[in-house]
Design a protein around this ligand. Structure first.
Ligand code: AQP
Length: 348
């Protein structure tokens, strides 16, 4: 048993190897932050996970105002992006959350051991409820409990996410610990998060003090996976830097824009940020921005091309999701059965 498995009871640790779980929102507008912070990690996880389980979280999407017809389309967009990026439905479990009702059931059951005050204090809830012009739904408040149910249903050990999800991960760990203590059996596995060392927080190119984001960012500062290469290059050319004199390509707390560009290029090249600083030691900001833009555009081009091929065949995407849901249910159902048993539901 590794340190990552320390929350696992002896019986489950014996049965399980390394289950990875992560969820992603159904939007057709996946950005470079999602791509670096999550999707590239998902692809790498396929070789480590046994299995790696990836869920398109359409139930989460209804926590803010949405259009039902569009939701269905966006699920297919996201499926196509993930497969285009390298997810292989034969090597991982890829499915739509609402196809597996165990998620909703477990959410309700876990809400009984979740502290309301803690949900009220979650940063994402506070930010999104303040920004919400229409109804602030109870679903927005309950979002982290559903997220806990997503992961705990699979007894996953590892959750690859970006830095912005750290608080939700902590809550889900506490829910698992509290549940096991309350019902006296190690039914749930306490998961660990896996946050990448570089690229955990890709920043908006125009407002580098904030994360690149689907809902909160600037249009010019948000690089979409499906942007045309020319658009990507233009967005990087206009990236905000700083006024250091002489201009220096180095990371630093007062250099959010340049630090962001260094980390992005390090991820694209698969090298350390130090190596990027050395390579561009004598470069001017303008040349550096052009280099990053060109390399990111080249990096994403095959994903966009493959996406176009896949997105045209909706029946194939639906079949992929249905097969994934079947595999997912087979794993989630035994956990929910155990949870129900220890909570006192059903006949003995
Ligand atoms: N800027 C980011 N840098 C690194 N990782 C990021 N993630 C999100 N933004 C960044 C990670 O992407 C994963 C999937 O996110 P999601 O599609 O489920 O959407 P989200 O978490 O709600 O993030 P968005 O897309 O930016 O939407 P907003 O900000 O509008 O809520 C997650 O693992 C996340 O950590």
């Amino acid at each position: 048993m590794t340190a990552a498995h320390k929350g696992v009871s002896a019986s489950y640790a014996d049965q399980l190897v390394m289950r990875i779980f992560s969820g992603i929102q159904p939007t057709g507008r996946k950005h470079l932050g999602n791509y670096i912070g999550a999707i590239t990690q998902y692809v790498a996880g396929q070789d480590r996970g046994d299995p790696a389980i990836y869920c398109i979280v359409d139930l989460h999407a209804i926590s803010v105002p949405y259009d039902p017809a569009e939701l269905r389309e966006r699920v297919l967009d996201t499926t196509a992006i993930l497969v285009a990026a390298g997810l292989d439905p034969d090597r991982c479990v890829l499915f739509r959350q609402s196809d597996v009702p165990e998620h909703s059931e477990l959410q309700w059951l876990l809400s009984s051991v979740t502290e309301l005050g803690r949900l009220n204090r979650m940063h994402q809830f506070r930010d999104k409820s303040v920004a919400q012009r229409e109804l602030v739904s109870a679903a927005l408040l309950m979002y982290p409990v559903l997220q806990a149910a997503d992961v705990l249903a699979y007894r996953a050990h590892e959750v690859p996410v970006g830095e912005d999800q750290r608080e939700h991960l902590e809550l889900m760990r506490d829910v698992a610990v509290r549940f096991n203590a309350r019902f006296g059996e190690e039914v749930l596995v306490v998961p660990e998060h896996r946050i990448p060392e570089v690229g955990a927080r890709v920043r908006d190119l125009q407002e580098p003090d904030r994360k690149m984001s689907t809902t909160g960012g600037s249009v010019q500062g948000t690089v979409l996976v499906l942007d045309e290469p020319k658009t990507i290059e233009k967005k990087f050319k206009r990236a905000v830097t700083d006024s250091e004199d002489p201009p220096t390509i180095r990371r630093g707390p007062d250099k959010a824009g340049i630090t962001n560009l260094i980390e992005i290029l390090a991820t694209v090249r698969g090298v350390t940020p130090d190596a990027i600083e050395q390579d561009f030691a004598d470069a001017r900001y303008g040349d550096f921005k052009v280099a990053v833009g060109t390399e990111v555009a080249e990096w994403l081009a095959p994903v966009r091309e493959r996406y176009d091929e896949l997105r045209g065949d909706e029946a194939a995407l639906e079949a992929m999701l249905a097969a994934g849901a079947e595999k997912a249910r087979a794993m989630a159902a035994p956990t929910v059965a155990d949870v129900r048993r220890v909570m006192g539901f059903g006949g003995s």
